[in-house]
Design a protein around this ligand. Structure first.
Ligand SMILES: [Zn+2]
Length: 331
């Protein structure tokens, strides 16, 4: 198997969820329930980038109308959902988006890719809760979109994968266009409004079971029109999931991505512990969990150059998530 589940200490990811000051001091939670057995890593076909070159300077904090559908014919449809459920042992077709999985069983859950080679995935979560939106509207928070991170990744030509909430995309359509336009960036799904998919997840409000699949499907629909490197990778808020949540998402044909290197960047007071957390744990095939939420992860842009330098010293090279998870076929 190219990937295995490993125990991941779920640390401060919780904090990013809040947007409410009182939650910032919430105690570290226990491990997420139901860290389920892993599935295979689906064949990762890397789609061509469709939007051409980088467009630095596209980013903006001002909400602007979403881009019209670009680049990918039939974007809103999910062809990988069709025609596979009745194929025993079928694997996603070579043309399926990265992360596409069978729709007749619980989705695979991966923490990392094969421990071979020198590739690692830098993943950035873009949380947006209603509480965070209120903070923006009230002027208490200036930005939950850390453009310094994107500037650095673009300048250094570093591949990365962004797990977007639907509400973040709606808040930052210009930044989302910029992400989609970068051929080194992959786009993934982090729910619509960052609600909890288990009963006890860092004090996040819980989404009813009956709404889980629709919430995640809606998020794909919000992201899809931006084009670029769309995937079927999905990350639960707080990495909280159990068998029920996984079963509810089965029809969507996703791959659940947790990560084996949790940086702890939410609400970090200094870059140093973030850098240390990453560089002390990262290995070939690692999936590093970071945040692009600026006000809720204010040190990440200061940590990132040091992380990149440290990775280089370790001989590790950032790559899109699909390439890290699919680096070597199962044998
Ligand atoms: Zn999150």
């Amino acid at each position: 198997m190219p990937a295995q589940t490993s125990r991941v200490p779920l640390i401060a990811t919780l904090a990013a969820l809040a947007g409410v000051a009182v939650l910032l001091v919430a105690p570290a939670p226990s491990d997420a329930p139901g860290r389920a057995a892993i599935g295979r890593v689906p064949t990762a076909a890397t789609p061509p980038a469709t939007d051409g070159e980088d467009r630095p300077g596209q980013g903006t904090n001002r909400p602007t109308p979403p881009a019209s559908a670009s680049g990918r014919p039939g974007d809103p449809s999910r062809p990988e959902r069709d025609g596979r459920a009745d194929e025993p042992g079928a694997v996603p077709s070579a043309t399926a988006r990265p992360g596409a999985s069978r729709t007749d069983r619980r989705p695979p859950v991966v923490d990392h890719g094969p421990r071979v080679g020198n590739l690692v995935a830098l993943t950035f979560d873009a949380d947006m809760t209603d509480a965070m939106r209120y903070q923006l509207r009230s002027g208490a928070v200036r930005s939950y979109a850390n453009l310094a991170i994107i500037d650095l990744l673009e300048r250094e030509r570093v591949p990365a994968t962004f797990f977007l909430t639907g509400k973040w995309v709606e808040e930052y359509p210009g930044v989302t266009r910029r992400l989609a336009a970068n051929p080194r960036f992959e786009l993934a799904n982090h729910t619509y409004g960052h609600l909890a998919f288990t009963a006890d997840c860092y004090q996040l409000p819980t989404i009813p079971r009956q709404r889980m699949a629709a919430d995640v499907a809606r998020t794909f629909d919000v992201i899809a029109p931006y084009g670029g490197r769309q995937t079927r990778y999905f990350r639960f808020p707080g990495l909280c999931h159990d068998r029920t949540a996984l079963a509810e998402l089965a029809p969507l044909g996703v791959t659940v991505v947790d990560g084996d290197v949790v940086s702890g960047d939410p609400f970090a007071k200094s870059w140093r512990p973030v850098v240390d957390a990453v560089l002390s744990r990262v290995r070939p095939g690692s999936v590093v969990v970071l945040h692009v939420t600026e006000a809720n992860a204010p040190m990440t842009d200061e940590a990132l150059p040091r992380i990149l330098a440290g990775l280089a010293e370790l001989g590790l090279r950032p790559a899109p998530l699909s390439e890290v998870l699919g680096a070597t076929p199962a044998g």
